[in-house]
Design a protein around this ligand. Structure first.
Ligand code: FNR
Length: 386
């Protein structure tokens, strides 16, 4: 049974000792709090989107166009939001999206995130652009469940090595991000000339990789610039093709999920390619300015491929109501991105835990008060186009 909304009682009880929560409980305001707490470069990197920011806004507007129609007297006192997604049991259909370069948010970076995820039994998706190694993140995550996100290198030996390391470190599902094979035009970063990778941030995984190191004359410690210049063109700047996917299947024996799908046509190609899942996502509006809000394309994609593979969703999820809407429109689970990233910036592991518990408690309350008890009961019927 789900007890996420007990976080509410915990917070009100603190009030008896005149204490208030260390961070806001309105997940949509975490960004404002982070803006004050963070340096402009890192904050712009997290908050910013591609171009004019139209897609960042479209993601939120897409949620606003749906409203929940609550039902009464449904015996919703106890809920069970647990599920199993691609073989991973979860207490609720909520994962931590891959977010790279977390050391620009907090010194503990991905290690703090891995601990917070494990403490709540949530699944973390580790980015290839991590500031900590695959092995160190796995150790911090302990017995937690973890998936690995691949930025697909142009060098096959390095790709195979990354997949083998992830497998050996207990990552069970491979998430292949398709939409960021090169960086978008991101004015907020450009105006500050701020790109972490060029500074060697977010390179811990290649810099600890034997296949990558084999191509260097000196170690990254001895000659960071050469290592950076070898890595950047290896993981960015070259697009792949659908007919290359069998290579990943050959070297990864678990489920494979394609992240960044935004069209029915591509979702159908993922099915044809024998993929196990997709993440309907526009990378939080960070790649194609003017792209459609991710939630706007979710229903049509689910209608065509929802029975054939696992459809996950991210981009713009901030509140419990957002999670309910995405699930009702057919997502099997959602990934949170900026919400927990701001939590990390504000308070390290405790901040991530707070951000996640906030969304989970809000989700639990919204499911309950709209008259539902299980995920199976969430269908488009509970929504109205506003
Ligand atoms: C991301 N995202 C991302 N995705 C990915 O596949 N690999 C990565 O390394 C990163 N890195 C990253 C850094 C930062 C700072 C952000 C904000 C996002 C995208 C992420 O997984 C997810 O798709 C979006 O964050 C979803 O949008 P919202 O809900 O965060 O707005």
């Amino acid at each position: 049974m789900t007890h996420f909304n007990s976080y509410q009682n915990e917070i009100y009880l603190q009030g008896l000792a005149d204490a208030v929560p260390a961070f806001t409980t309105d997940a949509t305001l975490l960004e404002d709090a982070a803006r004050v707490a963070m340096e402009p470069g890192p904050f712009g990197y997290v908050a910013g989107g591609a171009g004019s920011g139209a897609t960042v806004r479209a993601n939120r507007e897409a949620f606003d166009r749906w409203r929940i129609v609550p039902r009464m007297l449904t015996d919703a006192t106890t809920r069970d939001l647990s599920c199993t997604v691609l073989g991973t049991p979860m207490p609720a259909p909520v994962l931590l999206a891959p977010v790279g370069v977390q050391s620009i948010l907090h010194a503990d970076g991905e290690l703090a995130t891995a601990r917070a995820a494990a403490a709540l039994d949530l699944t973390m998706v580790l980015s290839t652009a991590s500031s900590n190694t695959i092995e160190d993140v796995a150790a911090a995550n302990g017995s937690g469940s973890r998936w690995y996100q691949l930025y697909w290198p142009n060098d096959n030996d390095v790709t195979i090595s990354l997949l083998n390391r992830a497998k050996a470190a207990g990552f069970t599902v491979l998430v292949v991000t398709l939409d960021t094979w090169t960086l978008a035009w991101r004015p907020r970063d450009l105006d500050q000339s701020y790109l972490p990778f060029i500074r060697g941030i977010g390179t811990a995984i290649p810099f600890s990789d034997p296949a990558f190191l084999a191509g260097l004359e000196k170690t990254p410690e001895q000659d960071p610039q050469s290592a950076i210049l070898r890595w950047i063109p290896m993981f960015t700047g070259t697009d792949k093709r659908w007919d290359q996917l069998p290579f990943l299947r050959e070297h990864w024996d678990g489920p494979i999920v394609l992240k960044g799908i935004q069209s029915v046509a591509d979702a159908a190609r993922a099915v044809a390619a024998g993929m196990d899942g997709i993440v309907v996502s526009n990378h939080g509006g960070r790649q194609v300015d003017g792209a459609v809000g991710a939630l706007d394309v979710l229903p049509e994609i689910v209608a065509v491929v929802g029975e054939q593979l696992t459809v996950l969703f991210d981009s713009g999820v901030r509140t419990g109501a957002d999670v309910v809407k995405a699930l009702a429109l057919g997502a099997r689970a959602v990934l949170l991105g900026r919400v927990y990233a701001y939590g990390l910036a504000l308070g390290g592991e405790a901040g991530v835990r707070h951000a996640l518990r906030t969304v989970l408690a809000d989700l639990d309350s919204t499911v309950a008060l709209s008259g539902h008890r299980t995920l199976a009961e969430l269908s488009p019927d509970l929504l109205r186009r506003s």
